[in-house]
Ligand binder design. Structure first.
Ligand SMILES: [Zn+2]
Length: 388
């Protein structure tokens, strides 16, 4: 590298996206061992931004400035060698008396976080993902998802904290937002606080820093519709109709379009969809809502889908309920077909019937079945929300 290249590149701001593949870059601390216009730099622990896909590394703006400064010093002293062990910054940005673990280098070196005002507000603080489960199960809190990896924790509509889930499945929130929470909650969060993995590139970063909302995958859109349904149910009945336990959260994060078009993949996926979109619904809460809507006596011996159907019929109409529930019953049928041992011929016959109901061709692949089912489930959850 030549010094004039560095001066040229320092005139534009380094962003979090890889120049080659546009992936989010991660902050890393590595050795710079390079001759730059006649000066041999050997610096340990220099902050870089690395693309994990392409393995290209970029210099954050502050690292560029530091190299330019050191090069000038070496030039003035007539030296051709710079060796140093960089010390990490240890800034305490204040905001709260609760001693959260964070890395001030994240604030200073991850693009887009440093501001002239509220210094340190956008410092990422990392947590175990159990915090979402705790907040979801707490009666005063709700967890709302805008996608699988970006959402908001609400407390009785009094305040809200945006959060992201990074690619290592850690929860990320801003220090400034956390400091606005009641002190008791801050202490709880501190108990789940983990050291930074310097990785915040996500839909959370795009939405919060770049104000860009990435196109959601169909699976993400479905998860968002589920979240909207839970929200609208809460708005009307003041209670949560679905729970987010550890298992549901983990499965939700894992649901993506399968890469392999095999029956084993399909079976796993159908089971996962069933757990998140059917099993996580609270049967008793549904019964109470039905009773409230149409003074129906206590419902016993009915499965969760039958209760959901009764609920939709109660808030809209019988016809609506039948139409909306169809994809959910198809999901249940697919699960039963995959679970039971039977001859391949009889399984295929049943799957072909399902394909017809999904309005796809009998020759459709398992991936096409998946796509059609996801699309129909989305329509269903959207329609349930609208009828509430
Ligand atoms: Zn890249």
């Amino acid at each position: 590298m030549e010094i004039h290249e560095l001066i040229d590149s320092a005139s534009s701001v380094q962003r979090i996206y890889c120049g080659k593949c546009s992936s989010h870059l991660s902050l890393v601390f590595e050795v710079l061992d390079e001759i730059i216009s006649g000066v041999h730099f050997k610096i340990n622990g220099l902050p870089f931004l690395r693309c994990i896909q392409c393995q290209i590394r970029y210099l954050p703006d502050r690292s560029k400035s530091a190299i330019l400064h050191l090069h000038r010093q070496a030039f003035e002293k007539g030296s051709d060698m710079i060796t140093s062990d960089r010390k990490k910054t240890q800034n305490d940005f204040g905001f709260t008396k609760v001693p959260f673990i964070y890395d001030s280098d994240d604030y200073l070196y991850i693009p887009g976080l440093e501001r002239d005002f509220d210094k340190g507000f956008l410092t990422p603080v990392f947590f175990n993902k159990e915090v979402l489960v705790k907040y979801d199960s707490h009666p005063s809190y709700r967890v709302q998802f805008a996608s699988k990896t970006y959402g908001t924790i609400w407390c009785n509509d009094d305040f809200s904290v945006p959060f992201g889930i990074n690619k290592h499945e850690k929860i990320v929130m801003w220090l400034g937002d956390i400091s606005r929470l009641p002190i008791k909650e801050q202490y709880y969060l501190r108990s789940e606080n983990v050291i930074s993995d310097h990785c915040i590139g996500s839909e959370f970063y795009d939405g919060q820093i770049e104000c860009v909302f990435t196109d959601l995958t169909p699976e993400d859109k479905l998860f968002k519709e589920r979240s909207n349904f839970i929200e609208s149910f809460y708005a009307r009945f003041g209670t949560k109709v679905s729970r987010l336990d550890q298992e549901v959260l983990e499965i939700s994060l894992s649901i993506t379009r399968p890469t392999l078009d095999t029956p084993t993949e399909q079976k796993k996926l159908i089971n996962n969809l069933y757990k998140v979109y059917v099993e996580s619904l609270d049967k008793n809460i549904l019964s109470k809502a039905i009773a409230k809507e149409c003074a129906q006596k206590e419902i016993v011996n009915l499965g969760v889908l039958q209760r959901l159907k009764l609920f939709i019929a109660a808030v809209s109409s019988e016809e609506q309920a039948t139409r909306i529930m169809q994809p959910l019953f198809l999901l249940q049928d697919l699960r039963l077909i995959h679970a039971h041992t039977g001859s391949e011929a009889s399984k295929n016959k049943k799957i072909n019937e399902i394909k017809l109901e999904l309005e796809i061709d009998e020759s459709s692949t398992t991936l096409e079945v998946h796509d059609a089912l996801i699309a129909k489930l989305r329509e269903s959850f959207h329609a349930i929300t609208s009828s509430i």
